[in-house]
Design a protein around this ligand. Structure first.
Ligand SMILES: Nc1nc2c(ncn2[C@@H]2O[C@H](COP(=O)(O)OP(=O)(O)OP(=O)(O)O)[C@@H](O)[C@H]2O)c(=O)[nH]1
Ligand SMILES: [Mg+2]
Ligand SMILES: [Zn+2]
Length: 308
């Protein structure tokens, strides 16, 4: 029997245990419908979009290919399940809904711990120009890449081409901030189409439900459903990690003369004086201390419970 042909590709979509894999044959892009081998289930691995996989013909006319191997993931986020994400497009509206900066800071922290590059997009700047300038300035000063979007000046493909490169990027953020609007306009998808679908399923607005990778130059972008909360504890974040979400505080904290300083209330702490001098944004600092305190206290409660 001839040796089976193997191809390497990326999972772009998964519905009901059947996966779409994009792969190349002689430089031509093909999409295959694939089943997963039972062995993945046994090992507790569930293929996810973004996974780099090996596939081979299955011999089954219903599902023509089978996934035989999944490469180790460089990153994984569980909600929504996307593997090998390299960029998160953290999308927040400056108003309607009001920006949840606690959620934004938590996501920046998680990105930093997972080695995912964050890019912040503030949408709806047409509805509140002042706030969008203020937010843009706070997060640019903190060291992040920030883009501002409005219907008059939406984010363009060339704004994101170099940022995404050959990576996988996902829009992430609360519901109603304009993730799908941006993603569709970048992909040239007609917004009316989404509207028609949503009219059929009788939902007031077309809230995103499923996740799929779309080709974007040499990489991929995907839209994701909005979410309202994120637990740092559930994400496995330790109180000692919180500083990773605050590069501007970290830069100052390296000069702190106390070895074991949490930079919260210690007298003579260099971070506290920088705050008093207006060198650190007070909102960002407040969120740093509240995350730190919450995680620190939870850890003590946890230890206490274990002793009982
Ligand atoms: N004024 C204004 N409205 C916008 C802008 N971007 C999006 N919208 C509107 O905001 C509403 C929500 O947009 P969506 O793109 O569906 O939001 P989403 O983030 O995908 O929401 P979920 O799928 O529920 O997570 C729509 O009515 C859009 O037309 C903007 O820059 N300015
Ligand atoms: Mg959406
Ligand atoms: Zn200190």
């Amino acid at each position: 029997m001839a040796e089976a042909e193997l191809f390497r590709g990326v999972i772009t979509k998964g519905v009901g245990g059947q996966y779409t894999v994009r792969f190349k044959v002689n430089d031509k892009i093909e999409y295959a419908q694939c089943a997963a081998r039972g062995q993945f289930r046994l090992k507790g691995i569930k293929p996810a979009i973004g996974d780099s996989v090996t596939i081979m013909p299955s011999g089954d006319p219903d599902v023509e290919y089978v996934i035989t191997d999944i490469e180790d993931r460089t990153s994984f986020i569980a909600r929504p399940p996307v593997a090998n994400l390299s960029i998160m497009l953290l999308t927040f509206s400056v108003t309607d809904p009001e920006p949840d900066l606690t959620l934004l800071d938590k996501m920046l922290l998680v990105c930093s711990l997972r080695d995912i590059k964050p890019v912040i997009i503030f949408t709806k700047s047409d509805l509140n120009g002042n706030d969008s300038e203020m937010l843009c300035s706070v997060y640019t000063k903190a060291g992040y890449e920030v883009l501002v979007s409005s219907p008059q000046r939406p984010i363009t493909k060339s704004d994101l081409k170099d940022i995404i490169g050959d990576g996988i990027a996902a829009f992430a953020g609360p519901s109603g901030v304009g993730k799908s609007t941006l993603c569709n306009s970048l992909l040239g998808i007609d917004l009316m189409q989404t509207g028609e679908v949503s009219a059929k399923i009788k939902r007031g607005r077309h809230t995103t439900r499923h996740v799929e990778l779309h080709e974007f130059f040499d990489g991929f972008i995907c839209d994701t459903p909005g979410f309202t909360s994120l637990s740092l504890e559930d994400q496995g974040v330790d109180y000692r990690d919180v500083l990773y979400g605050y590069p501007e505080i970290t830069a100052i904290a390296t000069g702190c003369r106390f070895d074991d300083c949490s930079h919260r209330k210690e007298d003579g702490c260099v971070v506290r004086s920088a705050l008093d001098d207006g060198l650190i944004d007070s909102g960002r600092y407040g969120r740093y201390t509240s995350f730190y305190t919450e995680l620190y206290d939870n850890r003590n409660n946890y230890r206490h419970r274990r002793k009982q």
